[in-house]
Design a protein around this ligand. Structure first.
Ligand code: ISE
Length: 339
């Protein structure tokens, strides 16, 4: 593992998120550079590689991982492609930052968990970037300080302006609510034990076949409750709020962070259009922390256990969404590597 020279990174998947990470690694992050981009769309990979000095385009992840100038891997391909790339990277003992979801179901996440355990040390960080958002960090510190007493409930709101045309009902759980699964586990320090998905009459802006919005309820191992409003087509912007209700007070984050303008007898501000802008700082902090830890030979962020636990909750959520009933979450025992 090089500690002096910049870390050579292969970015796998060059869609919206992958391309944004390439830009970030080239222009914002220190101590790393993109040496490979991988995409099944050869032209897309080549266009991106040609714009970055010393970067090669590949159509196969395994070929990029075998290259001399690749020291670590950032996986930003669609969720169903993650397992193969993760297993290849673990097979080469390469450090990985894998965008969420780790994998789209619990069985495949368990296979990744087993592969990392077999390796005997942690190599994978999962891209739950909200853990790097300043407001979420302050909320976590406040809850951990005990100043407000025990957290009894969390209320989450997760609204998107609209979803891409290929977005499915299941993806509202697997790709969107997965963030609330992770922050609920992280903020409370508890596993989620059951999920119930409710569906109000949908908005007229919902595409055919999509129940939008949905209301998701989590139960946790020590009796806290967390609810999530997931709204894929709210039509006015991207909003993520969280409120913790504790024994001695409540705390809320995500109200628009200024500037607040007062003019013409009104006050107001701007709502970010999407998650790339809303969580831009969090992505920067997440990737810099991953690069720094990797150069020290460490893994410090959310790992494969967190990705697996979220995948198990997602699986229960999708079943509840389909069958309209409360579904219990089945988790394997937490291995020593993740304690
Ligand atoms: C997207 O994939 C994300 O990860 C965003 O953070 C989330 O807010 C959005 O709903 C997802 O589609």
């Amino acid at each position: 593992m090089p500690s002096q020279r910049a870390l050579g990174i292969a970015v796998i998947g060059t869609g919206k998120m992958g391309a944004d990470h390439v830009r970030r690694l080239q222009h914002v992050i220190s101590g790393a550079r993109v040496t490979a981009v991988v995409d099944i769309d050869e032209n897309r990979a080549k266009t991106l590689a040609d714009a970055s000095e010393g970067c090669t385009a590949y159509t196969e992840a395994a070929a990029a991982m075998a290259a001399q100038d690749v020291d670590a891997v950032l996986i930003a391909s669609p969720g169903p492609a993650h397992e193969a790339a993760l297993l290849d990277a673990l097979g080469c003992d390469l450090p990985v930052l894998c965008e969420k979801p780790l994998t789209p179901d619990a069985a495949s996440a368990l296979r990744v968990l087993e592969a990392e355990q077999k390796l005997g040390h942690r190599r994978v960080q999962v891209g739950f970037m909200r853990r790097y958002d300043t407001e979420y960090i302050k909320l976590k510190r406040l809850l951990d300080s005990g100043e407000l007493g025990r957290a009894l409930m969390l209320h989450h709101r997760h609204r998107n302006l609209s979803m891409p045309p290929w977005f499915t009902n299941e993806m509202l759980i697997n790709d969107s609510v997965v963030h609330e699964m992770d922050v609920t586990r992280w903020l409370l320090g508890q596993e989620i034990t059951a999920v119930t998905v409710h569906k109000p009459a949908p908005t007229s802006h919902a595409p055919t076949g999509m129940d939008d919005p949905q209301f998701v309820l989590f139960e946790t191992e020590f009796g806290a409750l967390a609810d999530v409003e997931i709204f894929g087509h709210c039509g006015y912007g991207y909003q993520v709020h969280a409120e913790a209700v504790c024994e001695r007070g409540t705390v809320r984050i995500g109200d628009e962070p200024g500037p607040r303008l007062s003019a013409d007898g009104r006050w107001g501000g701007r709502i970010t259009p999407d998650y790339i802008e809303r969580f831009d700082d969090a992505y920067d902090r997440e990737v810099q922390a991953w690069v720094d830890a990797t150069r020290r030979g460490e893994v410090t962020g959310p790992g494969v256990w967190d990705g697996y636990a979220a995948a198990a909750v997602c699986e229960a959520g999708v079943l509840s969404q389909r069958e309209g009933r409360r579904v219990q979450v089945e988790l394997t025992e937490r291995p020593a590597l993740y304690r």
